[in-house]
Design a protein around this ligand. Structure first.
Ligand code: GAL
Length: 745
C-alpha cells in the first residue's frame, strides 16, 4: 500500500490581500504572488520592537492538485496541522471547509469537489486577525499568534473505506492483569460495505504482541477492542525509559479495499494526588517550565526539526521532566518528541484571562475537543488544561469543559490554571500560578490558603518567577544571579512541601508579545533562556539538578570581573553544580573550599554553592583571575578558569545540525559566540557579527547581529537543491571557521 499521508508543504503560491479594500473578495487578479513552502509565516518580523499588527490580516495560499488516474476511486483530503487563525479551504472556486482556531488540526475533504482529469485549484484563504469570536482572542493577551499556514499540510489519499480514528488506553496498568482498550472509527463507506478490522500492537522490536480482529458490520462505524496482559508483560512508558508501542489498524473491506492507520503510543499510569504526582505508582517530583511555541523572526512557523529541538532543550539541556504548553495546543512534532524522550506534558486549551460570549465558548470547547482527539494517544500528556489561563470563575462553562474532557478521555485528569485565590475547584487538579515570591516574601503559600478548601487536594504550581523578575541574558550579572536564585528558592520550597506535586516555572524562553507587556520592545524577558534558546544563569540552576551520572555540571554564575558588580568585587560567587564541592584559587593562591548550601536549600538535590566566607576581593588590588575546581570525592572532575586579563580571542559559529533535508522548509540554528582565551563568553564585547551565506539556503533574520551577552544565533533554511551550504561569520576583528551544512534529499 502506498503512503497514506503525503507531505504537501512544498510549492505554494502566497499573496497578501489588501485588507483595506475588501477582505471578503475572492478576486485574485490583482494579487502579487510569490513561491513559498510550509511551515510559513505570513510576515517575517524583526527580533523585537515591531508592530504586530503587520501580521494581522488576510492572506491567500494556492496550490494545484495535479490529477492522477488512481484518484478516480479514492478519497482525497487535506489535513492542516495548524493555520492561524481562521481558514477557508476553497476547491475549484467552491468553499468546502471553514476552520476557526489556530492551534488545532482540521481536515478538508476534497473528493466531491475535485474535477477528474483536470488540474484542481486549491486555495486557502487565511484570516490572521485576532478575531474576538475565536479563542484566545477578545481581550489582552501576553503572547503573539502571528499568522499563516504555520504547520504542516498533508494530502491524504486512501480508499473510500478507511480508518478515521483510533484511541487506545488502559485504566488499570498497575493491576495484576492490566487491560488495554481501544476504540476504532471507520469511514461511512467502510461501514456501508463491511469487512474486517485488525488491530495489531507491536513492541519496540517490532514484534506483534497482540493481534485483535473484528468484523465490520454493515451500518456500524465504531468498534471496541479489549485485551488483557499478564503483570509486567507490557513495558511501561516512563520519563527514564519512554518505551513506545506501535499500533496498526488494518481495515480490509468486503470489496477488498484496504487501509492501514498507524501511530505510536505508550502505556503509563499517571496520577496527581494530595501527596504528590505518581508515575507508574512511583512518586515523581515535577520540575518544569512553561513553553511558548514562538521563535524570533518566523513566529510560530518553525519546522519539525526546531519543534523537536525545543523538547530536547527542555529535557536534556535543562534537565526538566514536565512542560506546560502555555497557553494552547502546540506542534504535533513537539508532542511526539516529548513522547519519544520522556518529557511529561500539561496541554491546555487556547486562552489568556478572557472568556467571551456563548459563540466564543462554543469555539473554545471545539478547540478543546480537537486538542484531546489529536493527542489522546500520547503517553507524555498527563493533564488536560480545561480552563482559560488565569480567567475568572465561570461555573457553567467550566462544568462543560471538564465534562467534555472526561467524556473524550476518562483516563486523564483535568486542571484549570488560575491566579485567583479561593476560586471554584471543578477540576481534578488545582493548578495555580504562584506569583508571591519577590525575593523577600515566602516562596510559596500553603495550598489551603490558595484553594480556600478545608482539605488538601491534588495541587500543582503552574507558574512562578516571570514578570516578578525579568532578566535579559545580557543584564548585569547580579541580576542574572538573583534571577537564578529565585528559581532555586521556589523549587526548593516546592520540593519541601509534600502537598505540592511540583512547580512549572515561567518560562522557557523570552518571547515577543503585545505592547501591554514586555520591556517596551514587545519582548518579555522571562525565559530561562533567551529567544534564541541561549542560556541565562537560571538555566544553569536547572541544569545543575541533573544527576552527575548523566552529566557533570559546573557553572559559576559570574564573569569574574572586578568592576562588574555594585561596590566591586565578586562576592558571593554562586556556583550551580551537581558536584560535591568546589575549591577556589586565584592564581596559585588557594582561596577556600565551598559546599552546596543545604541550609538555605534543604530540599534541592544539588543546592547551589554560595561562596563568600574568607573571600576578599578589593578594588585596586592586584588581580589574578579565578579558578573554580569541582570535586567528587578527592578527584577534581571539572574546572572553569577565569583569566585575570580576558580579551576576545576568537569567534565561533556552530550549527545544531550538519545535514538538512533539501525540501525548502527544514531549518537549523547556528550559535555564534565571542570567546576569551579560556573559552568563556565575552559578554560585554559590543561587536556586530556579519553573516554571509553560500549555497541554496536562506538566512532567517538579519545578516548583521549584535553579539549582546557574547553570543547570538541565527537560523538557516534549506533550499531544495542537494549540496553544500556555507555560512561565513566575522566581526571587524575576528573571523569564524565557516559553518558547513549539507543539504540532502
Ligand atoms: C502570568 C501569565 C503568563 C505570563 C506570566 C508572566 O500571569 O499566565 O502568560 O503573562 O504571567 O509572568
Amino acid at each position: 500500500m502506498e503512503m497514506r499521508e503525503i507531505c504537501w508543504n512544498q510549492d505554494w503560491q502566497f499573496a497578501e490581500i489588501d485588507h483595506f479594500t475588501n477582505p471578503n473578495s475572492r478576486d485574485v487578479s490583482q494579487l502579487q504572488f510569490c513561491d513559498v513552502n510550509l511551515p510559513h509565516t505570513c510576515k517575517e518580523l524583526p527580533l523585537d520592537s515591531f508592530d504586530e499588527r503587520v501580521t494581522l490580516g488576510h492572506w491567500l495560499y494556492c496550490k494545484d492538485l495535479i490529477w492522477k488516474k488512481e484518484y478516480e476511486t479514492r478519497r482525497l483530503a487535506l489535513r492542516f496541522d495548524g493555520v492561524m487563525c481562521c481558514a477557508d479551504v476553497v476547491v475549484n472556486g467552491k468553499l468546502i471547509t471553514r476552520h476557526e482556531g489556530g492551534f488545532t488540526p482540521f481536515t478538508a475533504e476534497l473528493t466531491d469537489a475535485l474535477i477528474p482529469n483536470e488540474t484542481n485549484k486549491i486555495e486557502v484563504w487565511v484570516d490572521s486577525t485576532e478575531n474576538p469570536k475565536v479563542a484566545p482572542f477578545g481581550g489582552v493577551l501576553d503572547y503573539l499568534t502571528f499568522g499563516g499556514i504555520y504547520r504542516d499540510v498533508y494530502l491524504m489519499v486512501t480508499e473510500k473505506e478507511y480508518v478515521s480514528s483510533c484511541k487506545i488506553w488502559s485504566e488499570d496498568l498497575l493491576s495484576a492483569q492490566p487491560n488495554v482498550k481501544a476504540t476504532v472509527e471507520v469511514s461511512k463507506s467502510a461501514a456501508e460495505v463491511g469487512g474486517k478490522l485488525v488491530l495489531n500492537l507491536l513492541d519496540k522490536n517490532n514484534n506483534t504482541v497482540r493481534s485483535l480482529e473484528q468484523q465490520i458490520s454493515v451500518g456500524q462505524s465504531s468498534y471496541s477492542f479489549e485485551t488483557d496482559f499478564a503483570k509486567d508483560e507490557l513495558e511501561l512508558w516512563s520519563v527514564d525509559a519512554p518505551t513506545r508501542y506501535r499500533v496498526e489498524v488494518v481495515l480490509t473491506a468486503a470489496n477488498d479495499h484496504t487501509d492501514c492507520y498507524e501511530f505510536y503510543t505508550g502505556f503509563r499510569h499517571a496520577e496527581f494526588t494530595v501527596n504528590g504526582f505518581y508515575l507508574n505508582g512511583k512518586k515523581l517530583d515535577l520540575v518544569g517550565t512553561n513553553h511558548h511555541q514562538a521563535f524570533p523572526y518566523i513566529g510560530y512557523a518553525a519546522p519539525k526539526r526546531l519543534q523537536r529541538k525545543d523538547a530536547d532543550i527542555l529535557k536534556y539541556e535543562l534537565g526538566l521532566n514536565i512542560a506546560r504548553t502555555s497557553h494552547y495546543p502546540q506542534s504535533p512534532h513537539f508532542i511526539e518528541r516529548c513522547d519519544e524522550i520522556g518529557l511529561l506534558v500539561f496541554e491546555e486549551l487556547p486562552g489568556w484571562h478572557h472568556i467571551g460570549d456563548d459563540a466564543w465558548k462554543e469555539n473554545a470547547k471545539l478547540q478543546l475537543s480537537e486538542m484531546i482527539r489529536r493527542d489522546w494517544n500520547s503517553p507524555s500528556i498527563v493533564l488536560w488544561g480545561v480552563r482559560v489561563n488565569e480567567s475568572l470563575d465561570d461555573h457553567d462553562f467550566y462544568l462543560e469543559t471538564n465534562a467534555l474532557s472526561h467524556e473524550l478521555d476518562p483516563t486523564r485528569q483535568t486542571a484549570g490554571v488560575r491566579a485567583i485565590e479561593n476560586s471554584e475547584f471543578l477540576e481534578d487538579v488545582f493548578t495555580f500560578n504562584e506569583f508571591i515570591y519577590d525575593g523577600e516574601t515566602v516562596p510559596i503559600r500553603q495550598q489551603k490558603l490558595i484553594t480556600g478548601l478545608d482539605k488538601d487536594v491534588p495541587y500543582l504550581i503552574t507558574e512562578f518567577a516571570g514578570h516578578m523578575y525579568p532578566a535579559k541574558r545580557y543584564d548585569a550579572e547580579e541580576r542574572l544571579m538573583e534571577h537564578a536564585l529565585r528559581h532555586a528558592t521556589v523549587q526548593d520550597a516546592v520540593l519541601g512541601d509534600d502537598t505540592v506535586c511540583g512547580a512549572i516555572c515561567w518560562c522557557a524562553f523570552d518571547y515577543n508579545t503585545h505592547c501591554e507587556f514586555g520591556a517596551g520592545n514587545r519582548t518579555c524577558y522571562h525565559g530561562l533562556m533567551d529567544a534564541f534558546r541561549l542560556p541565562k544563569y537560571a538555566a544553569a540552576f536547572y541544569e545543575s539538578q541533573i544527576s552527575p551520572k548523566i552529566r557533570r555540571v559546573l557553572r559559576p554564575a559570574t564573569i569574574a570581573a572586578m568592576g562588574e558588580r555594585s561596590k566591586s568585587g565578586l562576592c558571593p560567587i554562586v556556583v550551580f553544580t551537581n558536584l560535591e564541592r568546589v575549591k577556589l584559587y586565584s592564581g596559585e593562591q588557594f582561596l577556600g573550599e565551598f559546599f552546596p548550601d543545604r541550609e538555605r536549600f534543604p530540599n534541592l538535590l544539588h543546592p547551589p554553592i554560595i561562596a563568600q566566607e574568607g573571600l576578599n576581593f578589593l578594588w585596586g588590588d592586584y588581580w589574578q583571575g579565578i579558578r573554580v575546581e569541582g570535586y567528587v570525592g578527592d578527584e577534581m572532575v571539572e574546572v572553569v578558569n577565569f583569566a585575570r586579563d580576558p580579551y576576545t580571542a576568537g569567534i565561533t559559529a556552530v550549527a545544531d545540525d550538519e545535514v538538512l533535508t533539501a525540501d525548502g522548509s527544514d531549518m537549523t540554528r547556528v550559535i555564534i559566540s565571542l570567546v576569551d582565551q579560556n573559552g568563556n563568553l565575552m559578554v560585554y564585547n559590543s561587536a556586530v557579527a556579519r553573516l554571509r551565506l553560500e549555497g541554496d539556503a536562506t538566512l532567517v533574520g538579519s545578516k548583521y547581529l549584535p553579539l549582546l551577552g557574547g553570543s547570538v544565533a541565527c537560523w538557516i533554511r534549506a533550499g531544495k537543491t542537494e549540496g553544500a551550504v556555507k555560512l561565513f561569520v566575522e566581526t571587524d576583528t575576528h573571523k569564524a571557521l565557516p559553518v558547513e551544512i549539507s543539504l540532502k534529499k
